[in-house]
Design a protein around this ligand. Structure first.
Ligand code: 5RP
Length: 230
């Protein structure tokens, strides 16, 4: 898929996801290029159709985008239960288990997904895989980064501290933590791996989302339209 085709697919998925949002809803707003298209369409519906919603952003980046599109914001404290969350993903398997976190927002994204009654995941077709095998991002307490990396290596990972584009220091998340990207190769049992990572003190969250398959709907953008999987 060319970059241009991918961009069109992402836009189609994002715009379709925005149609899942109804008047009065509180909406979890994920982070990433695909979900930003959903925000764009939500902004249009607010401006042109009088749609009334409030959004809970999963990152500063998402908050800035939402404001730009005119989406009123609220917080998870104000709304610990959300009607719907819209978010992207880096890989999706046939059971609708996900790898997320290329945008380093996975910790808040998982909080928001957990709080939402429904999660609508927007992707282009390149993200759909038979078996999850992308590196799993892990948000790590900086104090414990070496100890956590050793524990992740013991689980079979090849842990790499994520650095910024200039390679002059670690990426720091909105929560003040580091990201360690962990290649495990093919992940035979995502749920078991997620539980194992969660048991490491200092590993604050990982990008495997294996517990939400019941509430997830995936919208796969295509060049002309989209398909919906749930
Ligand atoms: C951010 C994420 C993103 O949703 C994921 O990386 C997909 O991003 P994009 O829609 O730009 O491909 O998990 O933490």
């Amino acid at each position: 898929m060319s970059t241009a085709e991918q961009a069109v697919s992402k836009r189609n998925a994002g715009h379709r996801a925005a149609e899942e949002v109804a008047d009065g809803m509180v909406v979890g707003l994920g982070t990433g290029s695909t979900v930003f298209f959903a925000m764009e369409r939500l902004g249009k519906r607010i401006a042109e159709d009088g749609l009334s919603i409030a959004g809970v952003p999963t990152s500063y980046q998402a908050a800035i985008r939402a404001r730009r599109y005119g989406i009123p914001l609220t917080s998870l404290d104000e709304h610990p239960e959300l009607d719907i969350a819209i978010d992207g993903a880096d890989q999706v398997d046939p059971a609708l288990r996900l790898i997320k976190g290329r945008g380093a927002a996975l910790l808040r994204e998982k909080c928001v997904c957990d709080a939402a009654r429904r999660a609508v995941i927007v992707v282009d077709g390149t993200k759909m895989v038979e078996t999850l095998d992308a590196p799993v991002p892990v948000e790590v307490l900086p104090f414990a980064v070496e100890a956590v990396s050793r524990r992740l290596a013991a689980l079979g990972a090849d842990p790499v501290l994520r650095e910024g584009v200039k390679k002059d220091g670690p990426v720091v998340t909105d929560n003040g933590n580091f990201i360690v990207d962990c290649s495990f190769g093919t992940i035979a049992d995502p749920g078991r791996l997620e539980t194992a990572i969660a048991s490491i003190p200092g590993a604050l969250e990982c990008g495997l989302f294996s517990a939400y398959t019941e509430k997830i709907t995936v919208i796969v953008g295509e060049e002309k339209g989209c398909s919906v999987v749930s």
